[in-house]
Structures are given as C-alpha cells and as structure tokens.
Design a protein around this ligand. Structure first.
Ligand code: COA
Length: 336
C-alpha cells in the first residue's frame, strides 16, 4: 500500500512506536560454567563484564523468542498484527534454513498482511534490519514495519571452548516502525562491512561450504570459532569510527547523545568506545551482565528494558552502535 507523502516534505521520518523483548527463563551463571570448564567467575567478570546469561529450553526456537518480543512491541504500540506491512528479522540462529524465521513469526503473530524475510548480519543484524525497515517507511511504501533481532546462540556453542562459551546468551528484541508525526524518529543510519575479515568470527560448518557430516560434527565446525583478541581491537576502532560518522552526519557532538545503546559484546569494548567519545558510563545502557552477548537481539533488548524502566524519555537522543561477524558494523541516531 502506498502512503501519500506529506506536502513539502521530500522524506518521511521513521519513528519507533513500540518496543518489546523476551529472554528464556533458565539462567546460566558464571558459577555454573566454573563446573563445566576451566574458568572462574572473577575472570569472566573482569574480562567481559558478564555475570550470567539465559539459555533457551530444548523446545524453544528463535521464532518463539521473537514471537514473544514482537507481541510485546505490538502491545506497547497498541497496534494489531494485521496492521504490519513487513517483518524484517535479523538472526544467525534461524529455526531452519528455509522458510525464513520471519515467515514463521508471521504465522505465530497472525500478521496476515505482512511480507516477511530474514536478514543475516550477525551481531549487527538489528541495526542492519532497522536501516532496511526505515527505507520502506521513508519511501512511503509501508506504514508499519516490525523489526526483530532474535537469537539462540547457545545452539552454536562448543561448551568445551572457554573462549566463546562464556560470552553468548539467548534472547530477542523487537521494535515497531511507523511514519513519524513529530520530531521524533530515526535521524540517520550508517552501515559497513569488511568481508576480508569474515573468518574472525564464524560458524564454518553446516552450510553449503561444509555441509553436515560425521567429520564436520567431530571437528565441531557447527560451532562458533572466534579470534577474540583481533575481534576486540577491530570492534573498538570500527565502533568509534561509525559513531563519529553518525554524529557528523547530523552535526552533533557526543555531548548531544542522551544514551548510547551499544551491542552488548564485552563491557571493556563498550567502555573503550564510551571513553573515546568522552561519554560517561551513566549515559550508556548496559545489560550484558545479565544476558551476555545475545547477538542481533542485544540492542533491542537493552533498548526495551531502558524504555520500560522509564530511563529513556521522549526527546532523548539515542545512539545505537553495533558490531559483528562479517565483519559488519553500523550506527543509528534516533530522537526518542
Ligand atoms: N576463563 C579463563 N581463562 C580464559 C578464558 C576463560 N573463559 N578464556 C580465555 N582464557 C585465557 C586464555 O586461554 C589466555 O590464557 P593464556 O595467556 O595462558 O594463553 C588468557 O585467558 C588471555 O586470553 P585472551 O584471549 O588474551 O583474553 P582477552 O582478555 O582477550 O579476553 C575475550 C578474551 C574473548 C573475552 C576477548 O578477547 C573478547 O571479548 N573479544 C571480543 C569478542 C567479541 O566481542 N565477540 C563478539 C563480537 S560481536
């Protein structure tokens, strides 16, 4: 359905009109991990900031987490599922190769009018999906776009690899986008990739390059392989660069940012970026201590919590910063 563009405006601004999130009930604490691998709560807290993460139950799939988060976002926006024109779902842990998890969520929601597809940008998935959703609203093509980040990272973990198994967790977050009727909305989005660094963090097996086989399973190629140190350094550099890019594009300074809502990968990465932007940590939304790195879900999950706690208020300037496998990274500046 084509919306009429308001007279005198060449572009329609996109607003987030509802947020929702969901995490599975089961908590896995650092102490629980101490019993499984050679690690300590003190090491994990000091090196990552993570204290516990949530683990999906055996009968939960990424679409189940996404459905719960989406339901809450719709409730918050007071919108009905039939109003949704498009579902863009970011995940690295889809229910299956195809159909897309977005289509499965469409069915669960009974969002009967929507088009639906998945998007793959690893931990940057939410910012990528937000940028895509925004284009459809901005162009006047659609009125309601549901953007979801959902992950069951625990299904990709090698539980004997202490360098990765302490980091990730499961969860989902969702936002509903609509044309803005005020000054609020997405001011700009900025996306980047560097495919030459694809092997810094990947799950090499299980796809068409290395399909499932006994050998593949024996070598655990269906689990996350990560060069943690290198990833750390590139993350800090890229996040700082894209933050400045977003700020400059809008003639802003870091002091104009009310809250940084970063991808929740590692507290030291977030601190380093906040430091470089001279943003005090009180203006950074952090929840990785409770959920770990939930990949594409982490930003909408942190955003939803901060909105529901009343921490983020109308008129606040938000900076979303994401980084992940691909490599991919991106930023979005949003006036709440
Ligand atoms: N518990 C205890 N010791 C551990 C450990 C754990 N869970 N994981 C690694 N170690 C050990 C290493 O084996 C190494 O021991 P060694 O010196 O005897 O070889 C030592 O700790 C230091 O390892 P290093 O890899 O240098 O630690 P680090 O400070 O870089 O922290 C990460 C490791 C993974 C936490 C960190 O590199 C990181 O977070 N990187 C970014 C990863 C990321 O964000 N990925 C997602 C991107 S979206």
């Amino acid at each position: 359905m084509k919306a009429k563009k308001p007279a005198g405006k060449s572009q329609i601004r996109t607003e987030i009109i509802g947020t929702g999130s969901y995490v599975p009930e089961t908590r896995m604490t650092n102490k629980d991990l101490e019993g499984k691998i050679e690690t300590t709560d003190a090491w994990i807290v000091e090196r990552t900031g993570i204290r516990e993460r949530r683990i999906a139950s055996k009968d939960e799939a990424a679409s189940d987490l996404a459905f719960q988060a989406a339901r809450k976002a719709l409730e918050a926006a007071q919108a009905a599922p039939e109003e949704i024109d498009l579902i863009v779902l970011a995940t690295s842990t889809p229910d299956m190769f195809f159909p897309s998890t977005a289509c499965i969520v469409q069915d669960k929601l009974k969002a009967t009018r929507a088009a639906a597809f998945d998007l793959s940008a690893a931990c940057s998935g939410f910012v990528y999906a937000l940028a895509v959703g925004e284009q459809y609203i901005r162009s006047g093509t659609y009125q309601k776009v549901l953007v979801i980040g959902t992950e069951i990272m625990s299904r990709l973990i090698n539980w004997t690899d202490r360098t990765t198994c302490v980091i990730f967790g499961d969860g989902a977050g969702a936002v509903l986008l609509a044309p803005s009727s005020s000054e609020s909305g997405i001011l700009s989005t900025h996306l980047h990739s560097d495919g030459s660094l694809w092997d810094l963090i990947c799950v090499p097996g299980g796809g068409s390059a290395i399909p499932p086989s006994e050998k593949m399973l024996a070598e655990q190629l269906n689990t996350i392989k990560m060069k943690g140190n290198e990833t750390f350094k590139v993350a800090v550099r890229s996040l700082e660069e894209v933050a400045w890019e977003a700020l400059r594009a809008n003639d802003f300074l870091p002091s104009d940012v009310s809250f940084l809502v970063p991808h929740q990968a590692n507290l030291r990465i977030i601190r380093a970026v906040a430091d470089r932007l001279q943003l005090p940590m009180e203006r950074v939304v952090i929840n990785l201590d409770r959920y770990g790195n939930t990949s594409a879900a982490s930003i909408p999950l942190a955003l939803d919590e901060a909105v529901r706690e009343g921490r983020i208020k109308k008129g606040d300037m938000l900076l979303f910063l994401a980084f992940g496998g691909g490599l991919t990274w991106g930023a979005s500046l949003v006036r709440w």
